[in-house]
Design a protein around this ligand. Structure first.
Ligand code: F6P
Length: 482
């Protein structure tokens, strides 16, 4: 047993940028928390209940020093992020370097050495916190692009651990990834894991190809072989890279959308919108990857062409606030609000606006009611790791009605074959697809929705985490763990 393994550690440790709660200080300086319901919490609930589990992450407020606390049997281990870390690690390197680089450079990534220094420093802090909490031979599951260096740093601190990493966003092709000045360090960071999971098979293939081109390691199919020295067995250590498409808590969502309260609210929403003949819906974080500008442009042209009537059609666009200190997000907000204002100015009437724009976040109940109310759901991302909104829409439609227009550049497009697929860069093609979805006959939409629901309800987020953890446990045990 390594001397640095804690005497009483946790058998299962999740490491993610955010804790599953938002913590802040109340007026008396006492910490209070509110649950931030995410798929990951649901996915891991069964594992957390069956083992001693801890979750290492940031509480959501700067400079907040808190002791670990228990929420529903999971120990939450807060990591402090200072204002400076937020600026350089979170807004800077994570969301102004990696985010655009990994999303097809839709916006140009900024490369700053100070941001990289901060990224390394904060990753080391997370790795140390995980090393301090994990029991001998424990399983540690690291999440997402903010923490790509953690697997290697953690393995150096604790070679006894079984380490998994899941990448929630796209993994780019070599031709884009190669721009990153610290590309080799990032790849080496990820190779600290035993299993590196991605949303799509194409992401895993990109990763393996990058490993082949940027390192002298050998790869075979999904397997990367590290040197003998890394293996502790006299044979090389293996790292597997494979796809594990994430999902949602589909059954809970389905049940929520069947409740009387949600159904009544859905009817009320339509009434409040003046009972439009066609209700279109977009639900996104206000992010330039989501294709909101392209979608609104296509909708505006459909009104201009007279293919949709502004009197009888409404587009509800929920755009929840996100990363508001990053310049590209501020610009996007201005662009979207200008577009919406123009369309409503040109085609609105007293008491009716063809675009209902909501720069807000809503509780799940309200989202379920919106999904149920909408005739057509528009998911037109320019690039998206998965897109869980598409899956939520499907899970809410137990009435087998509605139609999903889905960008082919989302991970969800691999699975949701009953959708109407679009290339959001092709505005004419998107206009045709929206028109097709709006006028789809009931028989076809029922058939498509049933196919979509079979997939979404048949593969939920618990199945996703079980698949990942089973694959992680199948990684051969190394001598140092014996
Ligand atoms: O899709 C990646 C992701 O980090 C999600 O995990 C998260 O819900 C979303 O982006 C918003 O992230 P944040 O507000 O932490 O920047």
């Amino acid at each position: 047993m390594p001397s640095d393994a804690p005497a009483h550690g946790y058998d299962f440790v999740v490491v993610a940028n955010r804790l599953p709660v938002d913590v802040s200080l109340d007026d008396d300086g006492e910490p209070t928390w509110t649950r931030s319901p995410g798929g990951l919490v649901t996915a891991l609930a069964p594992v957390m209940a069956s083992t001693s589990g801890a979750w290492v992450g940031w509480g959501g407020s700067p400079d907040l020093e808190l002791k670990p606390f228990d929420v529903d049997g999971t120990e939450l281990i807060p990591v402090v992020l200072t204002e400076d870390d937020l600026e350089k690690f979170y807004e800077g390197f994570s969301n102004d370097t990696l985010w655009p680089l990994y999303h097809d450079v839709i916006e140009p990534p900024a490369f700053h050495r100070q941001w990289w220094d901060s990224y390394q420093k904060v990753n080391r802090r997370f790795a140390q916190a995980a090393a301090d909490q994990a029991a001998q031979g424990a399983t540690v599951w690291v999440h997402d692009y903010q923490l790509q260096l953690v697997p290697k740093m953690l393995r150096e601190l604790r070679p006894d651990l079984r380490i998994g990493y899941f990448h929630h966003i796209p993994f780019p092709p070599l031709e884009l990834f190669a721009q990153l000045p610290w590309r080799v360090q990032v790849i080496e960071g990820l190779l600290g894991a035993d299993l590196v999971g991605f949303q799509r098979a194409g992401d895993a293939a990109n990763f393996v190809r990058i490993v082949r081109r940027l390192t002298d390691l050998t790869t075979r199919g999904q397997m990367v072989t590290l040197s003998e020295a890394e293996g502790h067995t006299g044979r090389g250590r293996h790292v597997r890279a494979a796809a594990f498409p994430i999902s949602i808590d589909s059954h809970a969502f389905d049940e929520l959308a069947r409740t009387d309260a949600v159904r009544e609210r859905a009817l009320q929403i339509r009434r409040e919108l003046g009972d439009p003949e066609f209700l279109l819906l977009g639900v996104d974080r206000l992010d330039y990857t989501k294709g909101i500008r392209h979608r609104i442009k296509a909708y505006g042209e459909l009104l201009l062409d007279g293919r949709l009537s502004p009197q009888s059609t409404t587009l509800v666009q929920v755009a929840s606030p996100s990363r508001e200190n990053v310049g590209a997000y501020q610009q996007l907000r201005d662009d979207v609000e200008l577009l919406v204002g123009r369309i409503n100015g040109d085609y609105g009437q007293v008491g009716h606006a063809p675009v209902q724009y909501l720069h807000q976040s809503f509780p799940m109940e309200e989202m379920a009611a919106l999904y149920l109310a909408a005739d057509v759901m528009l998911v037109t991302a320019l690039r998206d790791g998965m897109n869980l909104v598409a899956k939520e829409y499907v899970a809410a439609r137990s009435d087998d009605r509605g139609a999903l227009v889905l960008s082919e550049f989302t991970g969800a497009a691999d699975e949701l074959t009953g959708s109407v697929l679009v290339n959001p860069h092709d505005i004419d093609g998107m206009k045709d697809a929206i028109t097709y979805a709006v006028h789809m006959d009931a028989r076809e939409s029922r058939k498509r929705m049933r196919r979509l629901r079979r997939r979404v309800l048949g593969h939920d987020v618990v199945a996703w985490s079980e698949d990942f953890l089973a694959a992680l446990n199948a990684v051969p045990v190394r001598a140092s763990r014996d």
